[in-house]
Design a protein around this ligand. Structure first.
Ligand code: PRP
Length: 210
């Protein structure tokens, strides 16, 4: 859409409300977005901004394909899918870490292939390749913590935020892989033709998130 609006894909849900708050404080408020309803597109003619509520793991796809000019995606998604976008700034929200975890009594046996359950197969493969550790990926879509409890895997590679899910299931972190947080990203073509607007938005967001 080239109507002078900047199209922003926001992650729907708990993180999204906090992320919208950042955009509002950065000067890109859109009052009608706060009315509780099921609409997914909101715009502010005054600020020339249009927001889309997108499933968090899909934001990078909308931005990469140009359906949105910019958006906010988790570093976990950027590392897993490596979308062809620019990463412009760290919102320092949604902070957590990607870690390897296992049953508290787990002991590694390096003579056999390690069974790794995860929603993030690429991150897991790269992590263990660096250590030259042979693994077998078991790709799951949720409740990853169940896998080692049921003997489906030896370890998991997953997001740890408070650590409560691990603790309550008798699991513990074996090693940290990387810190995660929400990032402001831009479509490459949009960045080319509305660079000033996007850089200004990025600078104002960075100022709010300092
Ligand atoms: C994520 C992650 C862990 C949990 C970690 O799951 O996969 O299960 O949050 O948070 P904690 O350290 O604060 O306990 P999510 O809620 O996204 O659900 P999922 O089971 O669908 O992955």
């Amino acid at each position: 859409m080239t109507d002078g609006f900047i199209n922003v894909a926001l992650p729907k849900g708990r993180l999204g409300d906090r992320v919208y708050g950042i955009f509002e404080r950065a000067g890109y408020g859109c009052p009608e977005i706060q009315i509780k309803n099921r609409r997914l597109i909101f715009e502010s003619g005054q600020n020339r901004v249009r927001y889309f509520w997108v499933k968090p793991s899909d934001v990078a796809i909308y931005v990469e394909k140009g359906a949105a000019d910019v958006g906010v995606a988790g570093k976990d998604i950027l590392l897993e899918y490596r979308p062809d976008v620019y990463e412009l700034c760290d919102l320092k929200e949604g902070r957590c870490r990607m870690a390897v975890a296992a049953r508290a009594d787990y002991q590694d046996d390096s003579s056999v292939s390690l069974r790794v359950a995860t929603k993030f197969p690429n991150i897991a493969k790269r992590h263990f390749a660096k250590k030259s550790r042979e693994i077998e990926i078991i790709k799951l879509n949720g409740s990853i913590e169940l896998a080692p409890l049921l003997g489906l895997s030896d370890v998991i590679v997953d997001i740890v935020e408070t650590g409560a899910t691990l603790k309550e299931n008798g699991l513990a972190v074996v090693e940290d892989i990387v810190d995660i947080s929400a990032r402001f990203i831009s479509n490459k073509a949009s960045f080319g033709f509305m660079q000033d607007k996007i850089l200004q938005m990025s600078a104002q967001i960075r100022e709010v998130c300092r």
